[in-house]
Design a protein around this ligand. Structure first.
Ligand SMILES: C=CC1=C(C)c2cc3[nH]c(cc4nc(cc5[nH]c(cc1n2)c(C)c5CCC(=O)O)C(CCC(=O)O)=C4C)c(C)c3C=C
Ligand SMILES: [Fe+2]
Ligand SMILES: [Fe+2]
Length: 388
């Protein structure tokens, strides 16, 4: 029995034009998986506020990479390559893209899946490692869409929650690293710097986010398969906001390596599978400049996988395996992450516990004073701690 198969690729999305930056940032910060507030009613005003304060700086970064994010374009190429690979291996499927914070939105993808009459859906986040803030956020949105009775409720679905350990993906990464490394004039002098996107430390320590563990195992698998004598370090980049994120920070380690005498550095972005602002601007521009200031003479970066054939073949294989194995439903994936604490604010809403009341009072006062102060003076605690 053959079902009409669909594959839904999940990704973050990015602004396509400079005018999109502010509404994109609003969508991102309005997501409780990205900023976790104990008070649900503060989420949207705060998102508006941060988007308003941050968009100029963020827009300047997007301007430096040509006026918008390439993430949609590249994800579309990945979707086309995946559809072609599936077709050629005898598993024809329609491939859809559902972005979390920009077009094409996940809701739009589900509407198209309905129009096409897809009967079985394989859900594939384009994040190799699972984080509450990325795959978790998208899957939770889908689960909400399922529970509210959209077309998703009527069809069979299965989730591939992470795939950081798949030999095909590891092999594709090793291919790309070798290509870049052995294209350099003195490969044996090169220090390998694996740079993963960070998350707040509390996601891992308090909420059980498996992200850090998956990143660490992934890097070890790559290093083992790479089988070369070069020294390597794992760091975390792109910190936003006041709280502590996973350490060590990329921007601290680059000067340390320079001080230790490293002169040749190869940066390997590890949590992204397509080029986007954090590779093209943060690594290629900011970290390059930092490296040169730190005495590192030769600074290079391994390109993102994009449509690397071995990578696409492995995604196709993962889809076929998921489609033939017993299905992994959305609610099971989300529950699997126990004791992950997701949407704490929903819990706050239900119970007017003493703790909630104390926090309500306390935070309402402090929060509003701070917001007012910033709005009036343009300078306040949020500003100081670097969210903007
Ligand atoms: C594995 C990848 C990613 C993780 C983990 C992640 C967590 C995370 N991100 C922010 C804040 C921002 N992210 C932004 C853009 C952005 N982030 C990722 C990936 C991960 N984020 C991608 C692919 C993109 C899109 C890039 C593009 O090309 O457009 C932004 C906007 C850009 C900027 O202003 O710097 C913000 C802000 C948080 C707070 C977080 C974990 C809680
Ligand atoms: Fe991010
Ligand atoms: Fe980021």
């Amino acid at each position: 029995m053959s079902h009409r198969l669909g594959v839904l690729l999940l990704n973050l999305g990015g602004p396509e034009r400079l005018e999109d930056v502010r509404p994109f940032l609003y969508n991102l910060f309005a997501d409780p998986e990205i900023i976790r507030l104990p008070l649900p009613w503060l989420q949207k005003p705060l998102a508006w506020f941060i988007a308003t304060m941050r968009h100029r700086r963020s827009r300047e970064n997007y301007r430096q990479i040509g006026g918008g994010s390439p993430i949609r374009h590249i994800t579309e190429e990945q979707a086309n390559a995946l559809a072609q690979q599936l077709y050629q291996t005898g598993h024809p499927a329609q491939v859809y893209i559902g972005m979390r914070y920009w077009h094409p939105f996940t809701e739009e993808a589900i509407a198209q899946i309905e129009r096409d009459g897809v009967e079985k859906l394989v859900i594939l986040p384009l994040y190799p490692q699972y984080s509450i803030s990325t795959s978790g956020s998208s899957l939770r949105l889908l689960e909400r869409l399922r529970q509210t009775g959209t077309y998703l409720a009527q069809i069979e679905h299965t989730v591939i929650p992470y795939w950081y350990q798949r030999p095909g993906y590891i092999g594709a990464m090793v291919d790309l690293i070798r290509q870049t490394l052995y294209g350099l004039p003195a490969p044996d002098r090169v220090h390998l710097l694996f740079s993963a996107h960070g998350v707040p430390r509390s996601y891992v320590d308090k909420d059980g986010d498996p992200y850090q563990e998956q990143i660490e195992i992934c890097v070890e698998l790559i290093v083992k398969a790479l089988d070369c004598p070069n020294a390597h370090t794992l760091t975390y980049q792109s910190r936003v906001g006041p709280v502590e994120w996973l350490q060590p920070y990329t921007e601290d380690v680059i000067p340390e390596l320079g001080a230790q005498g490293v002169r040749d550095l190869l940066v390997i972005p590890i949590s992204f599978v397509s080029e986007h602002i954090e590779t093209l601007q943060e690594i290629d521009m900011e970290y390059r400049e930092l490296a040169h200031q730190s005495g590192i003479i030769h600074f290079h970066r391994v390109p993102a996988l994009n449509t690397h054939p071995r990578f696409i073949q492995d995604l196709a294989a993962a889809v076929v395996e998921a489609n033939t194995a017993s299905s992994v439903p959305l609610n099971q994936v989300i529950n699997l992450q126990k004791p992950v604490k997701i949407y704490p604010q929903e819990r706050w809403q239900w119970g007017l516990t003493p703790a909630a009341e104390v926090w309500n009072g306390r935070l309402a006062m402090v929060g509003f004073m701070a917001l007012l102060m910033e709005m009036v003076t343009g300078w306040g605690p949020l500003h100081l701690v670097g969210l903007m």
